[in-house]
Design a protein around this ligand. Structure first.
Ligand code: SAH
Length: 394
C-alpha cells in the first residue's frame, strides 16, 4: 500500500478526526498511487494516522478509517452501511407505511466521504463523488444488498456527472443490481416520480422533506408561489395543506413536466395548481404584487466554489429582495441556500439586507437546516450545507 507522508504539524486536523487530507499538507508520497487507490497516511514523525482513498486534486485523501488494523474489504462496507441503516431505523425513517424515501448514506456525515445512497421505495440510487468510491461500486452494491436484506430489489448507479472528469474513469449510469424498477416513491404519504435516469442529484431533493412538511402546516388558505420548483415537492405539500392556489416556477421545461406529473399523481385535475417555465428573476419582476402570501425560494447553489462567494451573496440578496417587495402583507417566506460555500451567517446577512432594502418589517419564525438522514459529522462541520429561514413579512 502506498504511503502518504505529511508535512510537520499537518496531522492536527486528522487528530481531530477531520476526514480530509489536502494536497498542500503532503510532504511526499512513496511511489505513485493510482487515483482511487487506498493509501496510508503518516505524520512527519512516521506515525500512522489514517487510511483512505487517494485522488489528484485539492482533497488528496478522503479518510475511511483512523484505525491502523482496519482493512477496507467487504466486511468494512457491510459494517459502515449497517451503522448508517441502524441510525435511520432508530430515528423511525425506515419502516413507515407512508414514507419509503430517505437518504441512507450522506458522505462524510456517515464517515463515507465521496458516497451518497438514497432509497426510493425498492430502489437504491448510489452516487460516487470520488474515484475511490467509483472503483469500489460493486463491493458497495453487494454489501448494500446484504445489509438491506430483501428491502430493495434494484441498485442504480448514477455518477456520470459527479466524478472528476480528469480521472479518466468514464463512469456509466445504470443498474448494478435489478432493473426495470417502478420509479414511484412515497414521501410522507405523497407520491413522486423519481427521475434517477436524468434528474438532478439522485433524482429527487430528499433533503427538503422536513421543510416541505413544515410548509404544509402554513399552506391553509394561502396563495403559494413555489419558485425553483424542480419536481414540485413543495407544491404538492402546499396542495395537501389546503392552499387556495399554487403556482410552480422553474426555468427548466423538464422540471415543469416533472412537477405536472407529480401533481397529477397526487391531485389529478385539481385546478388550484399551475406551473410555468420561466426565469425566476423575470417572473418575480413581472408578477402582480398582491398575488402571493406564501413564497418559497429554493434556488440552485449560487456558489459552487469559494471564489464565487461574492456574486452568490449578491444573487441571494437580489432574489430575496424581489420576494420581500412582492409578497402580500402578512405573508410567509421560505428562503433557502444549499451552497456549502455560503455560511449560515453570510446567508442571513444577505437575506436581512434584502429585507431592509425592501423596507418590510420581517420576523424569523423558524431556522431550518437539512434533515436527520443528512447528518453532520461534528468533525466535519462543512457538511452542514442546507440553510433556510421561514420569515413573517408584515
Ligand atoms: N425546490 C426543489 C429543488 C430546487 S433545485 C425541491 O424541493 O425539489 C433548483 C431548481 O432551480 C432546478 O430545478 C433548476 O432548473 C432551477 N433553476 C435554476 N436557475 C433558475 C432560474 N434562473 N430561474 C428559475 N429556475 C431556475
Amino acid at each position: 500500500m502506498h504511503k502518504v507522508h505529511l508535512k510537520p504539524g499537518k496531522e492536527e486536523s486528522l487528530k481531530r478526526f477531520h476526514p480530509w487530507v489536502f494536497s498542500g499538507a503532503i510532504a511526499h508520497i512513496d511511489g505513485e498511487p493510482e487515483e482511487g487507490e487506498i493509501v496510508e497516511v503518516y505524520t512527519s514523525k512516521k506515525e500512522f494516522i489514517a487510511k483512505g482513498h487517494f485522488q489528484i486534486g485539492s482533497i488528496a485523501v478522503r479518510v475511511l478509517t483512523f484505525a491502523p488494523d482496519e482493512t477496507i474489504d467487504s466486511d468494512f462496507w457491510k459494517r459502515k452501511l449497517s451503522i448508517a441503516y441502524d441510525m435511520r431505523h432508530s430515528i423511525g425513517l425506515t419502516e413507515r407505511p407512508d414514507n419509503n424515501t430517505y437518504r441512507l448514506v450522506h458522505g462524510e456525515g456517515d464517515n463515507l466521504p465521496g458516497l451518497v445512497i438514497d432509497i426510493y421505495a425498492r430502489t437504491a440510487v448510489m452516487q460516487a463523488h470520488s474515484a475511490g468510491m467509483h472503483l469500489e461500486r460493486m463491493a458497495i452494491a453487494d454489501a448494500l444488498a446484504e445489509v438491506l436484506n430483501g428491502r430493495i430489489d434494484n441498485i442504480y448507479y448514477k455518477s456520470e456527472n459527479t466524478l472528476p472528469y480528469k480521472a479518466d474513469l468514464f463512469p456509466e449510469n445504470g443498474f448494478l443490481k435489478g432493473g426495470n424498477a417502478d420509479n414511484i416513491a412515497m414521501e410522507y404519504g405523497l407520491k413522486f416520480h423519481i427521475d434517477w435516469l436524468k434528474g438532478q442529484k439522485t433524482g429527487f431533493f430528499v433533503d427538503q422533506r422536513e421543510n416541505r412538511a413544515l410548509l404544509e402546516r402554513y399552506a391553509q388558505g394561502r396563495r403559494v408561489l413555489n419558485m425553483f420548483c424542480y419536481t414540485g415537492g413543495f407544491s404538492v405539500y402546499a396542495m395537501r395543506g389546503g392552499a387556495t392556489l399554487v403556482h410552480s416556477v422553474d426555468s427548466s421545461g423538464k422540471a415543469i413536466d416533472l412537477t405536472n406529473q407529480n401533481m397529477e399523481l397526487n391531485f389529478p385535475a385539481d385546478t388550484r395548481h399551475q406551473a410555468f417555465a420561466e426565469d425566476a428573476f423575470k417572473y418575480l419582476e413581472r408578477m402582480d404584487d398582491t398575488m402571493y402570501d406564501l413564497i418559497v425560494l429554493d434556488p440552485p447553489a449560487f456558489a459552487k466554489h469559494r471564489d464565487a462567494l461574492r456574486n452568490a451573496l449578491l444573487g441571494y440578496r437580489k432574489l430575496n429582495q424581489k420576494a420581500f417587495e412582492k409578497i402580500r402583507p402578512g405573508g410567509i417566506l421560505f428562503t433557502f441556500s444549499c451552497s456549502q460555500a455560503v455560511s449560515k451567517e453570510n446567508f442571513r446577512t444577505a437575506v436581512f439586507t434584502a429585507a431592509a432594502l425592501s423596507g418590510r418589517n420581517v420576523r424569523i419564525l423558524h431556522q431550518l437546516t437539512q434533515p436527520a438522514d443528512h447528518p453532520v459529522n461534528i468533525y466535519h462541520p462543512e457538511g452542514e450545507y442546507l440553510k433556510g429561514l421561514i420569515l413573517y413579512v408584515e
